[in-house]
Write a protein that binds this ligand. Structure first.
Ligand code: DQQ
Length: 536
């Protein structure tokens, strides 16, 4: 029934209906934010892919425009797949994207705004030189694995570079192309970076981060106090992984920092559902912003029944952590305009062992919740075993119903009052042999819905914080079928899609819980009902 729509979002981006996937070409132009995204204009499953387009002044409220890039040339007749925007000198945006040609080969095309005086950039024109990059007999490019051009960057030698994801067997890599004029591109001899056993690299993203500030950097920035981030979306696992490293523009090689792992065992932007993400430099506010696609947990049949599939995560400010070892992500502050004030607050509350504390007075199906816990003593924490290196496995083994010394404690969201359905986002603190703490964050979907057709995978991440030295914080953005969570002030993120049958709309409940054998103190809890954003 198309009219029964309890799972549509209140403030996460989604079009009125049909399938969406990757965010494409995000940028700011003349003070207007642009979001393009992969869209099927004909249905709730992937196919017939075009670039849909919306614009915004604040990254939260959006105005829809007709699709901008759709099949119209030989070089994209079978689909307009992912790509990125680059702002050329003189404030001239261009888009590079992957087209699927008549032979189903993946090729790279360019499009320009028709009218630069239109801040909404509603119409785009494709070059008749397309495709600008294509697999051929000489370059040895795998024609079914050559896609998703990055935002281009310009070296001090004035030459433009762009990276494009590819693979040969299970060797994943980013092909590098160079150009003087942005039109004639020459493939470099060596890839920007390659890693064995990773498979196809989709939606590669490559950008500089500052080592001494949280400000974002323009994509071409090089120099001291600058590191680079390489993000790859692994088709085989459907997660976004990144490393931090150094980029040498004379050799055009990227080298991850020592101790960071490339690929599947490495760092993830988000340990839940979050894929094919892309950043852009917001020159108006000097920050780098991350967009990501939150894919579905419902069955294809249920997607078709509800008439839509996929949403975009709340754009996140992204910057290097003080440790230099990882990135930190935090929802853009513009989101806070949707918080109804005042929040419901709880201060200095002891949660006894086994206690469930209901937070009333908020719209629990559409809320923003921040909670901090104070931990003064880890002597009662469970001992951490060195072989517990896989966070997701640990969260599955020790789910929300398994009692430990310090944890599980956290939020129970989209919960029914009879405890039949609920999603648990929580921490568990362990202690190592030397008494150093290990913090695990979990998002446990196993009880999220009575509908057995949903994917209810539980997700987990280690959070690099010392809960004795700083308060242990969790923020969850709850939006009907989305639970987007940030642990340790954005050092670990886990996004989940949940489809409760009974815990919907005003029947959804919100709780803080402590299922440990010891008490824990909530230092602060603030919960805001969220207003609806204007989206479509
Ligand atoms: N989605 C696009 C591709 C990309 C994939 C097609 C990632 O360009 O590799 O819709 O989700």
């Amino acid at each position: 029934d198309y009219r029964f729509q309890p799972y549509r979002t209140g403030y996460h981006f989604q079009p009125p209906w049909h399938w969406i996937n990757d965010p494409n070409g995000p940028m700011i132009y003349k003070g207007i934010y642009h979001l393009f995204y992969q869209y099927n204009p004909k249905g709730a499953v992937w196919g017939n892919i075009v670039w849909a387009h919306s614009t915004s002044r604040d990254l939260i409220n959006w105005f829809p425009h007709p699709p901008t890039i759709f099949p119209s040339q030989k070089s994209d007749v079978n689909g307009c797949w992912s790509g990125s925007a680059t702002i050329l000198p003189g404030e001239k945006p261009v888009i590079l994207y992957t087209g699927i040609d008549p032979d189903k080969k993946q090729v790279q095309n360019i499009a320009y705004p028709k009218d630069l005086s239109d801040p909404y950039l509603k119409e785009w024109v494709k070059s008749d030189k397309n495709p600008l990059m294509a697999p051929d007999n000489v370059n040895n490019i795998n024609a079914s694995s050559f896609r998703d051009p990055t935002t281009a960057w310009q070296g001090p030698d004035n030459i433009w570079r762009v990276a494009i994801g590819s693979k040969i067997n299970d060797l994943g890599f980013a092909i590098l192309y160079k150009s003087k004029d942005f039109l004639n591109w020459v493939k470099a001899k060596r890839p920007l970076h390659a890693t064995r056993h990773t498979g196809m690299w989709e939606c590669v993203d490559f950008y500089p981060v500052a080592t001494n500030s949280q400000c974002g950097l323009d994509t071409s920035t090089l120099g001291p106090n600058v590191k680079h981030v390489l993000k790859i979306s692994l088709d085989d696992t459907k997660h976004d992984y990144y490393t931090i490293g150094s980029y040498n523009y004379t050799t055009d090689k990227y080298t991850p920092d020592k101790g960071l792992i490339d690929g599947d065992a490495g760092l993830k932007y988000d340990y839940g559902k979050f894929y094919a993400s892309k950043t852009f430099f917001d020159s108006a506010k000097n920050r780098r912003i991350l967009w990501g696609w939150i894919n579905e947990s419902q069955s294809v049949a249920d997607d078709i029944k509800k008439g839509w599939a996929g949403v975009q995560a709340i754009p996140r400010n992204i910057y290097l952590d003080g440790s230099g070892k990882q990135l930190v992500q935090w929802p853009v502050s513009e989101l806070e305009q949707l918080r109804s004030s005042p929040p419901v607050n709880v201060f200095d509350k002891r949660l006894e062992a086994g206690e469930l504390h209901e937070v009333t007075g908020v719209t629990a199906a559409q809320a923003d919740v921040e909670i901090t816990f104070e931990i003064t003593d880890i002597s009662k924490a469970e001992e951490y075993r060195p072989r517990w290196t896989h966070a997701q496995w640990l969260c599955n083994t020790k789910n929300a119903s398994v009692r430990g010394g310090l944890g599980p404690f956290g939020l129970r969201v989209l919960a029914s009052s009879d405890s039949q359905e609920y999603t648990s986002v929580f921490f568990r603190v362990f202690k190592k042999a030397d008494n150093k703490p290990v913090v695990l964050m979990c998002s446990d979907q196993s009880r999220s819905s009575l509908n057995e057709d949903n994917d209810k995978t539980t997700y987990g991440a280690f959070v690099d914080v010392d809960p004795i030295k700083e308060k242990l914080s969790l923020r969850s953005l709850i939006d009907h079928s989305i639970v987007e969570s940030f642990g340790g002030s954005g050092r670990a993120c886990i996004t989940a899609r949940v489809y409760p049958i009974t815990a919907i709309e005003d029947k959804a409940r919100l709780y803080a819980f402590n299922n440990a054998t010891e008490g824990v103190t909530i230092s602060t809890l603030s919960a805001w009902s969220m207003k609806k954003a204007q989206i479509s």
